[in-house]
Design a protein. Structure first.
Ligand SMILES: C[S@@+](CC[C@H](N)C(=O)[O-])C[C@H]1O[C@@H](n2cnc3c(N)ncnc32)[C@H](O)[C@@H]1O
Length: 206
């Protein structure tokens, strides 16, 4: 079945989502009202990547951000709230994204395949929150991702419990940190000029 947008309030009213779930709380805080529903599964903002991104935005102060696999647009909205001047977000099923972010200034919504954007363009920061099944393909293209940012990139590696082989594949790579946040594994790729600030972010997440 093709995914469709659904209001978070509707999910809460019908008992499919607790209003105290991290997705509901983060969405409310960021002013995100719509999510996409895939059969019975919903994607939305999760606490690990939200907190890590927030710390990076606050410390690195990027002016431009690319949000790949943008989903609801919550991460893009966070970037806007933290003062980013231009956010480009890419999502294959973009109805909820358009409902949440359509009409906002400083944001460009692109409906399309995020994989086509790898290695394209230059942004201060790139955030990549893919579906589980694309993580290994993305890790094979990590050198292309490194070409796309001036400060840092943040990439979701899956749940910490299952991410062992993925973390191993990044071992020994320069200017690469792997952190655990709220049960998730995240990779931060960074430029030398950001070293001290990345260390502060790593300490904050410990
Ligand atoms: C983990 S969710 C992202 C959640 C998002 N960060 C949020 O805050 O709502 C992954 C997203 O990737 C999208 N997706 C899957 N394959 C894609 C592709 N090839 N290109 C773009 N988006 C894709 C899914 O529709 C889903 O919204």
């Amino acid at each position: 079945m093709r995914p469709k947008p659904i209001e978070i309030n509707r999910l809460i009213e019908t008992g499919r989502l607790s209003n105290l779930s991290p997705i509901a709380l983060i969405s409310e805080k960021l002013g995100i009202r719509w999510l996409m529903i895939f059969d019975e599964y919903i994607y939305g903002p999760t606490p690990g990547i939200v907190e890590a991104l927030d710390l990076l935005l606050t410390k690195l102060r990027p002016r431009t951000v690319l949000d790949l696999f943008a989903g609801s647009g919550a991460l893009s909205k966070l970037a806007l709230l933290r003062g980013v001047k231009h956010v480009r977000c890419v999502e294959k099923y973009a109805e909820a994204l358009k409902l949440n972010l359509g009409g906002l200034r400083r944001v460009e919504v692109i409906e399309g395949d995020a994989m086509d954007f790898l290695g394209e363009g230059k942004y201060d920061m790139v955030v990549i929150d893919p579906p589980e099944e694309l993580i290994d393909q993305l890790l094979k293209r990590v050198d292309e991702i490194r070409e796309m940012f001036k400060l840092a990139a943040l990439l979701w590696l899956g749940s910490w419990r299952d991410a062992g082989p993925r973390i191993k594949s990044l071992k020994g790579k320069r200017m690469t940190s792997v952190i655990e946040a709220w049960g998730d594994a995240l990779a931060i790729l960074w430029k030398r000029s950001c070293r001290e600030k990345i260390k502060i972010v790593e300490r904050a997440l410990r």
